[in-house]
Design a protein around this ligand. Structure first.
Ligand SMILES: [Zn+2]
Ligand SMILES: [Zn+2]
Length: 223
């Protein structure tokens, strides 16, 4: 897999990419899970930066993949805020179920969160990872994540603050256990009065595989 991909592009993504030493200039494809601001708001600065960075002229296509509604989001917002790029093409695909790229495949499934939210499964060279985006507990997500090498889940709130449309650590652990995934990353951590680390403990009550609490700039190798 030799493509540079970005999954979701919420507020601060461009800055964090720079901190991680990854250039926004080389991104080939952005996969969007849904159009809530915390997942898409830096898409506009990204397009702006690719078009207006002094001394940089992008030629290669930027591919945007997302759920139904991504095209209308883009057409509704971007032209009203900036001149559209004319040095490189932008293609938008509203993914139905799967897309095959050279060297990797991408699958999607609906999640119980918003009217257009989806999860992604990436497969390449016999390895796989699933990123749920925002979601709630559901059986579909378990079969979709079956035996993934890595599962990255929503874990917005601790067990005691269950909120509809988001996973608790217990639920994330149940999905990981039932899907028999190799490793679990708890992400999309909302600030609460409780220590974030408590979520790992709560999740361990259900899932006995490796659990990692997501942190900014974390690097994970899938083996
Ligand atoms: Zn959301
Ligand atoms: Zn979110």
């Amino acid at each position: 897999m030799d493509k540079q991909i970005l999954i979701d592009c919420g507020s601060g993504s461009l800055l964090q990419l720079e901190k991680a030493g990854k250039s926004y200039k080389s991104i080939d494809t952005v996969f969007i899970t849904h159009t809530h601001p915390d997942h898409i708001s830096d898409l506009i600065p990204l397009v702006q930066a690719l078009f207006f960075t002094p001394g940089f002229k992008r030629r290669k296509k930027l591919l945007l993949v997302g759920p139904k509604g991504l095209k209308s989001f883009y057409r509704g917002w971007v032209p009203s805020l900036m001149k559209l790029p004319d040095t490189f093409p932008i293609e938008i695909i509203e993914i139905e179920e799967k897309i095959y790229f050279k060297g990797f495949s991408v699958f999607s499934t609906r999640t119980l969160h918003s009217e257009n939210s989806i999860a992604y499964r990436f497969e390449a060279g016999g390895k796989s990872f699933v990123i749920t985006g925002d979601c709630d507990y559901d059986q579909d997500l378990i079969s979709f994540s079956h035996k993934a090498n890595l599962l990255i889940t929503d874990c917005s709130f601790p067990d005691s603050l269950k909120t509809r449309g988001h996973l608790t650590p217990h639920e994330a652990g149940l999905i990981a256990k039932e899907a028999q995934v190799q490793k679990l990353i708890l992400s999309h951590i909302y600030p609460t009065p409780y220590p974030d680390e408590d979520r790992v403990t709560e999740c361990m009550n259900v899932y006995d595989g490796k659990i990692i609490l997501a942190a900014d700039l974390m690097e994970i190798e899938i083996r």
